[in-house]
Each structure stands twice: as structure tokens, then as C-alpha cells.
Design a protein around this ligand. Structure first.
Ligand code: NI
Length: 151
């Protein structure tokens, strides 16, 4: 799990640097009317943190097998109106949520890491898998949508 912790800590700092070097146009521009802007993608990463934080806790304390609930990603971004928040506020939220996730991961025992959850379609995965998947999802958005057109 050390690699995941290092990865999350790396992106907390790197994303702040990247967004601070972007113009308002770059941050607010939607590639097409129904695609997220880079600001909204950062909001989506906060939503992923909120939802996964709950999962990482509940898998450790609820009756097995914990069933992972999905969430309506587009509605979450729309309802929270990230597009009208300042980038600084969303960066602060991203940082605070991910620091807490790092704290949870660092305090999870090896025994708990093998707790199983149901991710749907009768697929059972360990908490360790879910934590790794959290970082992979974050990096997918970072590489494909946030950094893709930056030097
Ligand atoms: Ni996503």
C-alpha cells in the first residue's frame, strides 16, 4: 500500500501545481457541451474520494460481504455546481479528502486489506484491490483528460 500512499501524495501536490499554471480558459473549457471541463474533472475526483472514503471505512466495519454502491457521476458534478466554485476551493477539497484517505490507508491492517466487497455482477474484490483501483481511476482521468494537452 506504500506505493498507493506515495501516488496519492504525489498527485495532491502535482495537481495543485498544474491547475495553478493553467489559464481560466483552460480550466473552464468543455471539450464538448456535455463533457466535463478540467475544473469539473477535479470535482469528479473529489466525488470519487468521498465515495471511496466511505467504502474503505465500511468494508472494515460492516457485516461482510460489503456491497459497493455506485453513484451517478454526472449528477454529482452537476448538483454540486463545481463550475461556479473557485479552482482553489476545489483543490483544497481534493487535498483534504485525499489526505484523509491516505490516513485511512496507512491505518488499515493487512488483515483488513483482504476483506472482500461485492462490486457487482457477482464479482468479489479485496479492500486492497479497491484502494489500488481508486488510484488507477484518479490517474486515468489525470493522464487522459487533465495532463493530455499540457507540455
Ligand atoms: Ni471517473
Amino acid at each position: 500500500m506504500q506505493k498507493v500512499v506515495e501516488g496519492i501524495n504525489y498527485w495532491i501536490n502535482r495537481l495543485a501545481e498544474e491547475y495553478n499554471s493553467m489559464s481560466e480558459d483552460e480550466i473552464n473549457k468543455r471539450p464538448s457541451p456535455n463533457k466535463w471541463s478540467k475544473k469539473e474533472i477535479l470535482g469528479h475526483l473529489c466525488d470519487s474520494a468521498v465515495n471511496n472514503m466511505e467504502r474503505f471505512i465500511k468494508i472494515q466495519c460492516e457485516k461482510p460481504v460489503y456491497v459497493v454502491q455506485s453513484y451517478d457521476q454526472d449528477q454529482w458534478v452537476t448538483i454540486q455546481n463545481y463550475k461556479e466554485r473557485t479552482t482553489e476551493e476545489i483543490l483544497n477539497l481534493f487535498k483534504a479528502l485525499n489526505k484523509q484517505i491516505v490516513n485511512i490507508v496507512e491505518n488499515t491492517s493487512n488483515e483488513k486489506l483482504s476483506n472482500l466487497c461485492d462490486i457487482g455482477n457477482n464479482q468479489h474484490k479485496t479492500l486492497e484491490w479497491l484502494i489500488q483501483d481508486y488510484l488507477e481511476h484518479m490517474e486515468h482521468h489525470i493522464h487522459k483528460q487533465i495532463l493530455i494537452d499540457r507540455n
